[in-house]
Design a protein around this ligand. Structure first.
Ligand code: PLP
Length: 362
């Protein structure tokens, strides 16, 4: 792979971050960009100022959705160290998503190196407050200006950085969830286990309708029978029962979450009975009725852990743990965030440090 080219912005003053960051609204000064053509492969890796992307109106991703993306985070620790949470897993998942929709894969090591350099250049943009972080959005899209349905021959890979605030700035707040049997997010053998825009487009209407009825998000059931639980909003789901903790096993329509994997690893280390298996919504309702349902929570990069306080399925309204955050959800949230911010040792090697040195740009 060629050397990365640098076309850096002249910074006139220090970066001043707003008091409230929110999510995904602010972007750093620079982005990474790389092109693909059949003849050359991936080429022209460049770090340059964030700017508009020029796309032909016939660009294939606009019409046929040939695009993939990722979402991961970097954290600034008290020591000043900057670390990225499991970036290798995210870039490997990006390649898995790409393979499914005929996008050429990227070199994971090279992507990690590019990300390292990009973060180092824009490190002033990383907020220092506990709970805040730098959200990283790598994405690839098919660019051919062609209206026929077939894989594009040219692509662009971009990494964008966005400083974000804590998901729950006022503390861990349980969410209200509506189980939808009216819409499905994905089906097995479709795109459900890929991070591709189509899945998110498919989820919007159900989410909007749930919000209109006073819910935070929806819980998705399987696409065939609407019987098995799959995910909650854009998070993986865990059901804490008296004798076991269950998370739906990866079946092709569930995104293999990096937080999900980390939570499973932690629960195993804590000698808890974590089981990956199919679980029906009827079993969740029955467990609630029998007093066996201790907690429900979602896992994902954005919120890390999200406790479900209320769950509604058809006419059944379930109040979980009196609408208070579950003990296990809280414990997992504390554990993961302590690792992120360096308050607990990273015994699993989940953190990749960003090398903070002057980037040689010429
Ligand atoms: C549909 C969906 N499920 C689950 C997740 C959680 O995955 P991760 O823990 O890797 O962020 C995400 C977020 O990326 C998602 O979009």
């Amino acid at each position: 792979m060629e050397q990365i080219q640098f076309k850096l912005k002249e910074r006139k003053s220090n970066v001043v971050l707003p008091e409230t960051l929110g999510f995904g609204k602010i972007f750093t000064d620079h982005m990474f960009e790389m092109d693909y053509s059949e003849k050359i492969g991936w080429h022209n890796p460049t770090i340059k100022p964030v700017d508009e992307l020029t796309v032909h109106p016939a660009s294939m991703f606009i019409h046929y959705g040939q695009a993939v993306f990722e979402g991961l985070k970097a954290f600034k620790q008290e020591s000043g160290d900057i670390v990225i949470f499991r970036p290798d897993k995210h870039f490997k998942r990006l390649n898995n998503s790409s393979r499914r929709i005929c996008i050429p894969e990227i070199d994971v090591d090279f992507a990690l190196e590019a990300l390292n350099k990009l973060i180092n250049i824009d490190k002033e943009w990383i907020p220092g407050k506990h709970g805040d972080s730098l959200y990283i959005r790598p994405f690839i899209y098919g660019m051919d200006p062609f209206l026929g349905v077939k894989p594009s021959k040219t692509y662009k890979f971009v990494i964008l950085l966005s400083p974000v605030g804590a998901y729950y700035p006022e503390g861990f707040k349980p969410v209200k969830i509506l189980v939808t049997d009216e819409y499905v997010r994905a089906v097995r053998k479709g795109l459900g286990d890929c991070k591709t825009p189509a899945n998110y487009a498919a989820s919007l209407l159900a989410g909007e309708q749930a919000i209109k009825h006073g819910y935070t998000q929806v819980l998705w059931l399987d696409g065939v029978e609407q019987k098995y639980i799959e995910e909650v909003g854009t998070m993986n789901i865990f059901i804490n029962l008296k004798n076991e903790i269950v998370t739906p096993k990866l079946n092709g329509s569930i995104l293999p979450g990096v937080t999900r994997r980390s939570v499973i690893e932690l629960l195993k280390e804590w000698n808890m009975n974590i089981v990956e298996r199919d679980i029906t919504i009827d079993e969740v309702v029955q467990s609630y009725d029998n007093g066996n349902l201790l907690g429900v929570f979602g896992t994902g990069t954005a919120a890390i852990i999200s406790s479900v306080g209320w769950l509604t399925y058809k006419n059944k309204q379930m109040v979980i743990n009196d609408g208070k955050p579950g003990e296990l959800a809280l414990k997992l949230f504390e554990e993961l965030t302590s690792i992120h911010y360096g308050l607990k040792e990273d015994i699993h090697n989940w953190l990749t440090p960003v090398e903070q040195k002057e980037v040689v740009t010429s």
